[in-house]
Design a protein around this ligand. Structure first.
Ligand SMILES: [Fe+2]
Ligand SMILES: [Fe+2]
Length: 203
């Protein structure tokens, strides 16, 4: 089964010190980012009518691509030299553990959106609930991490501007927008998916 999201993170970790990433197998790797949810049509349905299809719980590809691009650009910024490179490394130190958490439990629930929007709900979708419950519980921490990331990005922008590296400055701006989109759209959507699945399954 293909696992999305881990490869770019592992690539990106190559240029960071090993101890910082020693927790990797206990987090995203252990949890996996791609879960196939098989529908058991013989089960007694709760509130929802089961469907014939297997439900696959995986991070939507565009979101994986966005994270990959961010990590690639950040990696480039760490090789930009000067204070810009130092500031980019500081961004990476706060961003990487945060992105791992997102790929562990904040983004996979969004893989259910097309099925849910089509009216397909199956009992095995309950497997999303530990992820959405964890996101709900961890939300204040995730938002606090965004504050740290955005503060590090501000320092990156200042260094990039001073050292005339507009591409890095633009990247820092785009990454701050990414965080805002997650706060206002991605995280709330993932939490709502959990609430909706609970309602439909009578949990
Ligand atoms: Fe993200
Ligand atoms: Fe984030």
């Amino acid at each position: 089964m293909k696992r999305y999201g881990l490869t770019p993170l592992f690539l990106a970790t190559a240029w960071l010190s090993a101890p910082m990433w020693s927790f990797l197998p206990q987090t995203a790797l252990a949890a996996g980012n791609d879960v196939t949810v098989h529908d058991h049509t013989h089960q007694t349905a709760t509130k929802a009518a089961p469907t014939e299809k297997s439900m696959k719980l995986s991070i939507p590809k565009p979101l994986i691509a966005e994270h990959e691009e961010i990590l690639a650009e950040l990696e480039r910024a760490t090789r930009a030299g000067g204070k810009t490179a130092d500031a980019a490394k500081a961004v990476a130190a706060v961003l990487h553990p945060h992105a791992l958490k997102e790929e562990e439990y904040a983004l996979p629930p969004l893989g259910l959106l097309p099925a849910l929007a089509s009216g397909n709900v199956s009992p095995d979708m309950a497997q999303v609930l530990p992820l959405t419950d964890k996101l709900k519980q961890e939300l204040p921490q995730m938002l606090a991490e965004h504050k740290e990331i955005v503060a590090a990005l501000e320092r990156l922008k200042i260094s990039a501007r001073a050292e005339n590296k507009p591409e890095v400055e633009n990247f820092a701006q785009a990454l701050a927008q990414h965080a805002l989109t997650e706060e206002q759209v991605t995280y709330p959507t993932a939490i709502l998916i959990g609430e909706y699945v609970k309602l439909r399954l009578g949990k």
